[in-house]
Design a binder for this molecule. Structure first.
Ligand code: NAP
Length: 461
């Protein structure tokens, strides 16, 4: 109990906070946690990814803020791993490091025209409407009439819903002001959600699907023939399908039976279709979609198999929403295919060194397992990592402080003249944003530039 372990956590999203929380739950270990975050604001995708009209989901921030109140916790925002601090610094100052940096990039379709102006990744659009400082200058041509969202996971549904909502529906949220202004002028009429497989294989959740039935000024369109399933899908639905899948089919049925009124916009669910080309002179004008059929794989799952049938449609905006992807970190191994850091139960392993395990480096969250699951999934994931780390300390007979007898990291940050943001500093930003929000009946008005955030802290301190 006398030994005090110093752990660095890189990244302040759900996985990082759950890891810190689990470290503080240990009765027989005294543990200090320093969390580093490249933005001045904490909470990762809870702030920058969760849709602004899903405030209930964002309330998980309260749990993270309670973890941050622990006397053994410190937050160092505005400090970027790989730019301001490096692996060697961390290993000199801490017993171990947990990397929980998420999957900031996105997967590409690999089709012609994907790079044309007007073709975007969902990750860019999501970060833009959420006021992420790196994306606040992005432009999306909302004078378009037709937008295609490729992929039918929950992110795709977020993108389609935000495009479909009226300014009034969005005005009560904490959507970035500039995004609200741009969406206010939107001319969009038709939004197409494009799934490469059928409705039984859809990745979205029932709660997210149901929301489309409640849109003020957008009809949702599901053709009835979409629900005439192939024999394999029908069998899966009747035997192995999850409750969520069964609910999805039920809701799609309800939607297909509703009358399409004459609302300003329409959201169409298109299944068994894949884009093969995006074309236009200097910007997106057209999308070509191939009709797929489902083919049974050896493991029993159904894969999309293109047929000969191709349809062309007018499109001025395309968002690919086919999953996030991790990015390599300096001095750490990386598996390009899965976009993850190779690990065993969260302990980093070196494929180029016979899969040797690193005793002082760990991963948690999407960079550990890939971009899947809801926020809560990261709790179990981080718990596994923390337990593996503590077991390794015991099994390897490691001693607290043996490898990190260096002075406090603050000396290094100050030597490097880094303007780091503490958790108390973040609370000044938080109060500033929520007070501005209260005046407009909104949860908060987000600051969207790092300079602005630092200036608020300097003024209020
Ligand atoms: P996702 O759930 O993995 O969905 C990806 C979608 O892209 C799937 O429909 C997939 O189809 C499709 N896709 C993949 N490659 C494709 C290709 N080459 N061509 C066409 N389609 C392709 O990913 P996500 O939507 O980015 O979400 C990431 C995680 O965050 C998920 O676990 C999600 O549930 C979670 N999330 C949750 C919420 C919420 O709870 N409200 C909100 C946002 C995100 P196949 O199935 O055929 O591969």
């Amino acid at each position: 109990m006398n030994q005090c372990w110093k752990i660095a956590v890189i990244g302040s999203g759900p996985a990082g906070f759950y890891a810190a929380g689990e470290l503080f739950r240990q009765q027989s270990w005294e543990i200090k946690v320093d969390m580093f975050e490249r933005l001045p604001t904490p909470f990762g995708l809870v702030r920058g990814g969760v849709a602004p009209d899903h405030q209930k989901i964002k309330s998980v921030q309260k749990i993270y803020s309670r973890i941050a109140e622990n006397e053994n916790f410190r937050f160092f925002g505005n400090v970027e791993f790989g730019r301001d601090i490096f692996q060697a610094d961390l290993l000199e100052h801490y017993d171990a490091v947990i990397y929980s940096v998420g999957s900031p990039a996105d997967r590409e379709l690999g089709i012609p025209g994907e790079d044309l102006s007007g073709s975007h990744s969902a990750t860019e659009f999501v970060a833009w409407y959420n006021g992420h400082p790196d994306f606040c200058d992005y432009k999306f041509d909302l004078s378009a009439k037709n937008a295609f969202v490729i992929g039918i996971g929950n992110v795709a549904l977020d993108v389609a819903r935000i495009l479909a909502k009226t300014p009034e529906e969005l005005a009560e949220t904490d959507i970035a002001d500039y995004a609200l202004d741009a969406l206010r002028a939107s001319q969009l009429e038709d939004i197409w959600l494009v799934g490469r497989r059928g409705p039984v294989q859809a990745a979205f959740s029932p709660a997210e699907l149901r929301e489309f039935m409640e849109l003020a000024e957008a009809d949702v369109v599901v053709e009835q023939n979409v629900l005439e399933l192939d024999a394999e899908s029908q069998q899966i639905l009747e035997t192995d399908a999850s409750n969520d899948t069964k609910k999805n089919i039920e809701i799609l049925k309800q939607i297909s039976l509703r009358d399409v009124s004459a609302k300003k916009r329409r959201v169409h669910f298109l299944f068994l279709s894949s884009p093969v080309e995006i074309s236009g002179n200097d910007k997106v004008e057209k999308i070509s979609l191939v009709r797929n059929q489902l083919l049974k794989r050896e493991d029993g799952s159904l894969a999309a198999q293109p047929t000969e049938k191709i349809n062309e449609a007018a499109a001025e905006l395309v968002f690919r929403s086919i999953g996030y992807h991790g990015q390599p970190l300096p001095d750490l191994p990386f598996d390009q295919k899965s976009g993850t850091i190779p690990n065993e139960c969260g302990q980093v392993k070196d494929p180029e060194n016979g899969n040797k395990l690193r005793n002082r480096e760990y991963v948690a969250g999407w960079i550990k397992r890939g971009p899947s699951g809801v926020i809560g999934t990261n709790k179990q994931d981080a718990v596994e990592t923390v337990h593996r780390m503590l077991e390794t300390f015991l099994n390897e007979k490691m001693e607290a402080g043996k490898n990190c007898a260096n002075p406090d990291i603050v000396a290094l940050l100050e030597n490097r003249k880094l303007e780091y943001v503490s958790f108390a500093d973040w609370k000044l930003i938080d109060v500033h944003e929520t007070e501005a929000g209260q005046k407009q009946g909104r949860p908060r008005v987000k600051l969207t530039s790092i300079a602005e955030m630092l200036s608020v802290i300097r003024q209020k301190k």
